[in-house]
Design a protein around this ligand. Structure first.
Ligand code: PLP
Length: 364
């Protein structure tokens, strides 16, 4: 049987990163103990003990936390609410996570992509955009830590400048941070939420990368005045979220599994990150460059000349997949044509090395 294709396309954890046995025990325990609650309707904002745990970690009232069906569902609520209240363009990083770009396009939003470099979003680009037009943007969507797709992290200085600009222009900011805890080296800079205090900044994260994506449990920490309207969107969409997976996460945390599991996941990811960086250093053509993430799932590769959309098609035939750079820019943009997002989260170090070699052979 031919080997399964090597996937750099999936921003998903390898099966061995998922703590399935512990989750199964937690699921059985909560269903036995608290079945009448977890199998019923309940508060739209989610399972109270988990809400309280998230609230305590962020030092806010539990009423400001809403648990969503994955972070992405919450993005849909946030974008719709924000665009209804304050219509206008949405500022994003160039490149940015492809699914929110599609959601924003579907909402009919004008998307303005701001330049970024190795230190993350360029505050001068943000400043020029804010000063260049009289009508205020609806909000800024940013992934400051181990960004999807680039793996880059916004520096501490730039974070401070971004918050200054947000305050000066009363700019709402959505800080999307599912990867921040998945750090395997270096110091964590303060989050935008910590720097700003949570009046303009809404913070979102998820248990997809720290526990398992299948629990579909994301969360939002909202400004005090915005939480009720956000929760109302959740209620009018699905009445209440599924409580069983949220209770499973709460039990996983209560049993003390969260931190040791996170440390194991970080160790595993670090060896995969090391494998991809070594393979690129050994085999990438001269002139190409790539990001050096200290955490998260992704490396952003720029090949300088190759068209990565056609490379992706050739690579499929060689049993390797990745997402071409163009997907991470708004439709119609010609940016990203020579770039690729390589996810190192799904494959073993050996298969990563093999996959990079196969990919680079295609470049001649
Ligand atoms: C930047 C970013 N935000 C949000 C999500 C959504 O994750 P989930 O809906 O699984 O919480 C992802 C998933 O890969 C992501 O990369």
């Amino acid at each position: 049987m031919p080997d399964a294709p090597i996937s750099f396309a999936r921003g998903a954890p390898a099966p061995e990163l998922i703590p399935a046995a512990e989750l199964a025990e937690c699921a059985y325990a909560v269903a036995q103990r608290d079945g009448a609650t977890v199998f019923s309707y309940g508060p739209g904002g989610g399972y109270a003990p988990l809400r309280e745990w998230v609230a305590a970690r962020h030092g806010v009232e539990a009423g400001r936390v809403v648990l969503t069906v994955g972070g992405l569902q919450g993005f849909v609520f946030y974008a719709a609410e924000q665009l209804a209240r304050r219509p206008g363009r949405v500022l994003v990083e160039a490149p940015s996570y492809d699914r929110p770009l599609k959601i924003l396009a579907r909402e009919g939003a004008e998307i303005v992509a701001l330049e970024m470099d190795d230190e993350g979003l360029d505050p001068e680009a943000l400043e020029a955009e804010l000063r260049g037009r009289d009508d205020p943007p609806s909000f800024l969507y940013t992934i400051p830590t181990f960004q999807n797709p680039s793996g880059r992290t916004l520096s501490a200085e730039r974070r401070a400048r971004l918050i200054e600009l947000a305050r000066e222009h009363a700019l709402p900011v959505l800080e999307d941070d599912p990867y921040g805890l998945v750090r395997f080296e270096g110091e964590s800079p303060a989050s935008l939420l910590e720097l700003e205090g949570g009046e303009l900044v809404t913070y979102t994260s998820s248990f997809s990368k720290t526990v398992a994506p299948g629990v579909r449990t994301g969360y939002f920490v909202l400004p005090a005045n915005d939480a009720a309207a956000f929760e109302e969107r959740a209620v009018s969409t699905y009445i209440a979220p599924p409580f069983l997976p949220q209770a499973v996460v709460a039990e996983f945390v209560a049993r003390g599994h969260f931190q040791p599991n996170l440390e194991r996941v970080c160790r595993e990811l670090q060896s995969r990150r090391d494998a991809i960086l070594s393979a690129l250093a050994a085999h990438a053509p001269s002139g190409s460059s790539w990001s050096h993430p200290q955490g998260g799932y992704f490396v952003w590769l720029d090949l300088e000349e190759a068209d990565t959309t056609s490379l992706a098609a050739d690579a499929e035939r060689e049993g390797v997949s990745f997402v071409a750079g163009r997907s991470f820019f708004s439709a119609g943009s010609s940016n990203g044509a020579t770039s690729a997002r390589l996810a190192y989260s799904y494959e073993t170090p050996e298969r990563i090395t093999d996959g990079v070699q196969r990919l680079m052979r295609l470049l001649g």
